[in-house]
Ligand binder design. Sequence first.
Ligand code: GP9
Ligand code: MN
Length: 416
Amino acid sequence: DGSELVEANNFVQATQPQPSPKMTGVAEGRNLIVVTLESLQSFVIGSEMKDQTVTPFLNSLTEDEDTIYFPNFYHQTGLGKTSDSEFLLENSLYPLGGGAVFFTHGGNTYNSMAESLGEEGYFTAVQHANSKSFWNRDLMYQSLGIDKFYDVESFTVEEGQAVNWGMKDIPFHEQSVAQMAEMQQPFYSRLLTLTNHFPFYLDEEDKFITEYDSGSSTLNRYFQTARYLDESIKVLFDELKEKGLYENSVIVMYGDHYGISENHNGAMAQYLGKEVTPYESAQLQRVPLFVHIPGYGEGHVDEEIGGQIDLRPTILNLLGVDAEKDLQLGGDLFSEEHEEFVIFRDGRFVTEDVIYAGNICYDAETGEETDSTLCEPYIDRAFEELGYSDSVINGDLLRFYNEKTGQLIEPENTEE
Ligand code: GP9
Ligand code: MN
C-alpha cells in the first residue's frame, strides 16, 4: 500500500542534506569511472608492513592535488558482499539483512544511478571478468538499467593471467581501458576488481612485497594482494592517460567490504599493536574512498564520516545531475549538512561522538564504554532508517514512485 512509500519518502525529504553548491557540476559531462577495490580496507592505506609500503600508488593519491580522500568512510554491506556494495552505490538504499538483495529482489523496479545517467545521455556499463550470472548480475543489471555488461566472455584471459577468482587485475585494467576507448562518450562504467579476494593467492611474479608473519596465513598474504591491487590502479591510470580518456573523466574508487574477517582478530591485533575489541572491529569496517578529478587542483583529505550509501548523491552532484526528488537514504559527502552517522547493515553504527557495536555504546574518541543513553536515539534512528529501506525493497515500492516529480504513481497506471 502507498502509505509505506509516503512515509519513506517523507523521511528522505526531511533528512536529505542539500548537496554542496561548491561541488555541483565540477565534473559535469565527464565520463564516470567507478572502480570497486575488492576487499580493500582502510587500515592498509598509508601503512607499512615489515618496512614495506603496502599501497604506494594509493598513498600518493591521498596527497594528490586532484584527489579527495576519505579516511572515515565505511562499507555497509551484508551477506551479498560485492553485490551489496553495488546495490548501495546504484540505489543509495541499504542491502537486505537476510540474503543478497541481488538474488532476492533482482526483478524489482529501481531508479538507479545508471538510469539517471542514461537519461543524461550516458552510455552505462559494468566491466568484470567473471561469469555473468555470478550474484545474479545478468538479471539485476537489466533491472538497474545498465546498457552493457562486459563479463568474462568480453576478456581474453591468457595463460598465467588468472589467480584466485579469475582474471588478474593488471591485464583486466588494460583490456577494460581498451574497451572504454570504444565506448560512446560520455560513459559511466564500473570496474570490479578481483585479485585482492580471499584466499589472496598470487603467482611469484606478482608479489611485490614479502608476506607478513602472523598466525594467520590469510592476513599474511592479504598485504601482498593489496599491494598487487595498488599496482593495478597505477596501470589503470597510465592506460587511461595513454588512451586519452583521463582528462575528461572522473574516477571514483571505493573498497567494497572487509577482506579480513573477525576470525583473524588475533593476527590483526598483532599487526595493529592493540586488541581488536568490538569498538576496533567497527572501525576496521572503514574502506578507502578516493574521488579523483583530473585538473581539480583542490585535493585534500576529507575527514567526514560517511558510508557507501552516500556514494550516489555525492557523485550525481559532482556530475551536476539533480537528485533532489530521488528516493535515496544517503547524502552528498561534500555537503555542510551531511550528517556524520553511518549505519551498518547489522545495526552497528558510527557517529562523531559514539560507536555502537556488540551492544555496547563506546565513546568514539577514547574507545571507552560510555553511557548507553548517548546511543539510544541513534539506535532508534538506525532501526527506522533500515526499516524504510527494507520496506521499499520488500514491497518493490519504487514501481509507484516518479523520481522526476516526487509524486506517487497510481497502481492502475503502472499496468502495461
Ligand atoms: C565475484 C566478485 C567477488 O564476481 O564480485 O565476490 P565477493 O565474494 O567479494 O562478493
Ligand atoms: Mn568483494
